[in-house]
Design a protein around this ligand. Structure first.
Ligand code: UD1
Length: 338
């Protein structure tokens, strides 16, 4: 039987690379498009070391529409997992047009080529950021989408809307996966997160502080209405997250989806505070993390964690790995960095 060929845009990024590994493990043929704007080509070696298969790689900027058109002319693609996007919240406030161009115009070109070439399956990287501070916890997929706090968040909302509009009139079936907070690294330590510059996200900052690269971790606020006063998130191991993409893709390939556009929360269902994370890291890795409490970070919400019932029941997927396992792998990955 011919293998399904899956295009993974942003396939050398953090979640993309872990998903490519899982796809190859499940026997899919993978072609990666990445412009290397926020990752390194060495990630391809990491994927190859884990799977013994070097995926086809095309270095390409999806903003160049002619290149996207030409790519689809020369590749027979069965489905697309679309990760490629800019993702720094603060930068998106400073440079909104960069975000609208990088995240929206590229999606439009991709969808145009997919529909023109009759590629009917799309998995879209979305985010729990679409819910803002939800009124009810844990957050179900029915929670209202709130006005975005940043241009980045807005690109995820608009992206979902664009895809939904297209599924109404074209032969396109799509699943938007709304990630909570992806962390950790592959247990082989061949791939992980590669933050460029000063990390904005909690876990890379924790590991860099533990490694002595940063002097001290700032905990942003201890006056939130949460059990210990620090903000609560749902941290999910990137390998669990990657596996969810495979089951979502198989759902589309097997025509098991119940509507042309579906939405799933991907989280563990457990909320952890910033202090919980620090203590879990200390326990998992038998070391102390130097931290101080500072003021809240602007734009941060109090608490977000997923109701995972829909993903559990419809996708037959649930997160298997715990916070300490994720933080252990994140530290092993940090130790490998020069
Ligand atoms: C952030 C984005 C979110 C995006 C996600 C991608 C914001 C407001 N939100 O989520 O839209 O989808 O990254 O990964 O930027 N923290 C500290 N000290 C630090 C860093 C973080 O205390 O040095 C705290 C934050 O205040 C927050 C928690 O750790 O409570 C998690 O922060 P982070 O990893 O940046 O993720 P989010 O803010 O949840």
């Amino acid at each position: 039987m011919k293998k399904n060929k899956i295009l993974v845009t942003g396939g050398l990024g953090f979640i993309g690379s872990h998903t490519v590994v899982e796809l190859q493990n499940k026997g899919f043929d993978v072609v990666i498009i990445d412009d290397l704007s926020n990752t390194k080509i060495e990630v391809l070696d990491g994927i190859t070391a884990i799977t013994n298969i070097r995926p086809e790689f095309v270095q390409m900027d999806l903003k160049k529409k002619e290149d996207v058109v030409s790519f689809f002319k020369h590749h027979d693609i069965d489905g697309v997992i679309h990760f490629a996007a800019s993702k720094a919240v603060g930068e998106s406030v400073e440079q909104p047009l960069k975000y609208y161009e990088n995240n929206i115009s590229t999606l439009v070109y991709l969808l145009q080529s997919m529909t023109e070439n009759k590629v009917p399956h799309l998995i879209f990287s979305s985010s729990c950021t679409v819910y803002g501070q939800a009124d009810e916890l844990p957050i179900t997929e029915n929670a209202p989408v709130k006005k975005a706090e940043s241009p980045y968040g807005n690109t995820k909302q608009i992206g979902e809307e664009i895809i939904q509009d297209v599924t109404k009139v074209e032969n396109l079936n799509a699943i938007a996966l709304r990630y909570f907070n992806p962390i950790g690294a592959h247990d082989s330590v061949h791939i992980g997160e590669l933050p460029l510059g000063v990390p904005q996200n909690l876990i890379p900052f924790v590991t860099q502080t533990a490694a002595g690269i940063r002097e001290e971790l700032s905990v942003f606020g201890d006056d939130y209405p949460t059990p210990d006063g620090t903000a609560v998130r749902d941290y999910i191991h990137v390998v669990d997250l990657a596996k969810a993409h495979i089951v979502a893709l198989q759902r589309l390939l097997q025509g098991k989806n119940k509507s042309k556009m579906e939405y799933f929360n991907l989280g563990t269902g457990t909320g952890s505070s910033v202090l919980d994370v620090i203590h879990a890291f200390e326990k998992a890795n038998q070391m102390d993390v130097n931290y101080k409490i500072v003021a809240r970070r602007e734009g941060d919400i109090t608490a977000a964690y997923a109701n995972t019932t829909l993903a559990n029941e419809e996708l037959g997927w649930k997160a298997d790995l715990g916070l300490e396992e994720a933080l252990y792998s994140a530290w092993q990955w940090q130790l490998k960095q020069k």
